[in-house]
Design a protein around this ligand. Structure first.
Ligand SMILES: Cc1cc2nc3c(=O)[nH]c(=O)nc-3n(C[C@H](O)[C@H](O)[C@H](O)COP(=O)(O)OP(=O)(O)OC[C@H]3O[C@@H](n4cnc5c(N)ncnc54)[C@H](O)[C@@H]3O)c2cc1C
Length: 391
C-alpha cells in the first residue's frame, strides 16, 4: 500500500492543527530555541501558554478539562513543536504521558482532581517511567522500592534522569514491592518530603528540559495519589503502552521534517555538489511521508481498538522513527557543511536531538530487544496470542 493510500485525514498546517499554535511557536518558542539548547533555558512559559490554547488536552476527556481531539492530534501538536525544537517536543510528550497515565487510572478521584489542571497547563510535569519500562523487559532492575504501610506506600531509591520536573511539578514513578509482582505507579509532587531533586549532570543536548536525578528517602505515596496498584499493573501497562510510545513519533516526524527543509534550502545554492551525497531531500521526504502516514494510521487504530493489539506495530514504527531521525540529521549536517557546524546552526542541534530520540527509552537497543522477544514468543507483555485464545 502506498503512503498516499494510507494518508490520514489529519490537517496539514499548524493553523489547522490548533488555532493559535503557529503564532505561539513563531513568537514564543522560535526566538528561544538556541537558548533552550545551549543555555538550558526551560520553556515552561511556552508550555503553559500552549495549555491555555488547548495544546495539552488532546488525550483528556472534555469532562476533565481536555479537548478529547485524540491521540493523532496529540502527536501532531508534538510534531509541530518538534519542527522547531525537539527539547520542547520532548517536554510536550512528557506532559501528554503524565496525563495519559491518569486518564487510564482506576483512581477516578485523582483524575477529577488533577486532569483539569494538567490539561490546561496550570500544573506541569513529566514521567519517570524509563526505569519501569526497562525493568519490565529485563534490561535493568526496578530502582525504586515500595513498602506497603497504612493508607499508602513508602518509597526509597534513586532515578537518575527525569525531565520536565522541579519543585512545582508532578511526575509518575513506578516502584516494585518485596512480596508481589508488578509495579505500583504513583503521582509524586516535586516538593514531596523525602524527595531530593538534583541537577548534577550536563548534557550535550536537551539541557533545557529540566532534567533531574530524583532521590527518594522514605517518600510517602498516599493511596489517593496511586495511579495503579501492583495487582492492576499488567492490565494498566497493556492498555497504556502503545499510545505512550507512539506519542514519541511526534518528535521524530518534526525533526525529519525540519531536516528535509534545511536540505532543500541548502540545495538552492549547493545543489550542484550536494547531489553527490547519499541521502537526497526528495527521497528523505518520501520516507517522512510514509512514516507520517503510518503513525497517524496507527494512532487511529489504537484509538479504535485500544493499545494491546498494536504494541508490536508501535515498537516497530518507533524503531523506524529513530533510525529515520538519525539518517535525516546526518544527511542535513552533510548538506549544510561548515555552516551546519556553527554552534548556533540548527543542523548540529538536530544531530544531537536525533541521538536523543534514538536513546531515550525505549532506545533503539531496547526496541530491538523487545521486538526480538515478541518474535521469539518470549515477551512478558500479555499481548493476545491467537493460538492461546483458541485453546
Ligand atoms: C536528557 C535526558 C532526559 C531524560 N529524561 C527522562 C525522563 O523524563 N524520564 C525517564 O524515565 N527517563 C529519562 N531519561 C532516561 C532515558 O530515557 C534512558 O533511560 C537513558 O538515556 C538510558 O537509556 P539506555 O537505554 O541508554 O540505558 P542503558 O544502556 O541501560 O544505560 C546506559 C548507560 O548509562 C549509565 N547511566 C545510568 N545512569 C547514569 C547517570 N546518572 N550518570 C551517568 N551514567 C548513567 C548506565 O550505567 C549505562 O552505562 C532521560 C535521559 C536523558 C539523557
Amino acid at each position: 500500500m502506498t503512503a498516499a493510500a494510507l494518508a490520514p485525514t489529519f490537517p496539514d498546517t499548524p493553523a489547522e492543527v490548533l488555532p493559535g499554535l503557529a503564532e505561539l511557536i513563531a513568537t514564543q518558542l522560535a526566538p528561544q530555541v538556541v537558548d533552550i539548547d545551549l543555555k538550558g533555558v526551560y520553556p515552561g512559559g511556552f508550555l503553559q501558554q500552549l495549555g491555555a490554547i488547548g495544546g495539552l488536552g488532546s488525550l483528556t476527556p472534555v469532562a476533565h478539562g481536555g479537548t478529547a481531539r485524540g491521540l493523532g492530534h496529540a502527536i501532531q501538536v508534538i510534531e509541530e513543536v518538534s519542527k522547531q525544537c525537539v527539547s520542547t517536543g520532548f517536554l510536550l510528550w512528557a506532559e501528554y504521558a503524565l496525563q495519559w497515565y491518569v486518564i487510564n487510572s482506576s483512581n477516578q478521584a485523582l483524575a477529577a482532581e488533577m486532569l483539569p489542571k494538567m490539561a490546561r497547563g496550570e500544573v506541569l510535569g513529566g514521567t519517570a517511567q524509563s526505569n519501569s519500562m526497562k525493568s519490565c523487559v529485563g534490561i535493568e532492575e526496578a530502582r525504586l522500592k515500595a513498602r506497603r504501610v497504612e493508607c499508602g506506600y513508602v518509597i526509597n531509591g534513586v532515578l537518575p534522569w527525569v525531565s520536565n520536573i522541579g519543585p512545582e511539578h508532578y511526575f509518575h514513578m513506578g516502584a516494585s514491592l518485596p512480596d508481589a509482582p508488578g509495579l505500583v505507579i504513583g503521582l509524586v509532587h516535586g516538593s514531596a518530603p523525602g524527595l531530593t531533586l538534583a541537577q548534577n549532570a550536563h548534557f550535550i543536548g536537551m539541557e533545557g528540559t529540566n532534567t533531574f536525578a530524583c532521590q527518594f528517602r522514605d517518600v510517602f505515596l498516599s493511596d489517593s495519589r496511586v495511579v495503579c496498584h501492583a495487582d492492576e499493573f499488567n492490565a494498566f501497562r497493556d492498555r497504556t503502552k502503545s499510545a505512550f510510545i507512539l506519542l514519541q513519533m511526534g518528535m521524530g516526524l518534526g525533526l525529519v521534517d525540519a531536516c528535509v527543509a534545511m536540505m532543500k534550502r541548502s540545495d538552492r545554492t549547493h545543489g550542484h555538489v550536494n547531489r553527490f551525497l547519499d541521502v537526497q531531500a526528495d527521497a528523505l521526504e518520501a520516507e517522512l511521508d510514509a512514516a507520517r502516514a503510518a503513525t497517524y494510521a496507527l494512532a487511529e487504530k489504537i484509538e479504535r481498538d485500544g493499545s494491546a493489539p498494536y504494541v508490536r506495530d508501535t515498537l516497530a514504527l518507533r524503531l523506524a522513527g529513530s533510525e529515520l531521525s538519525l539518517k535525516a540529521a546526518n544527511a542535513a549536517m552533510l548538506h549544510l557543511g561548515a555552516k551546519g557546524y556553527l554552534s548556533n546552526n540548527a543542523a548540529q542541534r538536530r544531530l544531537r536531538e536525533a541521538y536523543f530520540i534514538a536513546i531515550v527509552t525505549p532506545a533503539i537497543k531496547h526496541l530491538r530487544k523487545e521486538l526480538h522477544e515478541f518474535d521469539t514468543h518470549s515477551c512478558a507483555l500479555s499481548q493476545p496470542q491467537p493460538e492461546l485464545e483458541e485453546a
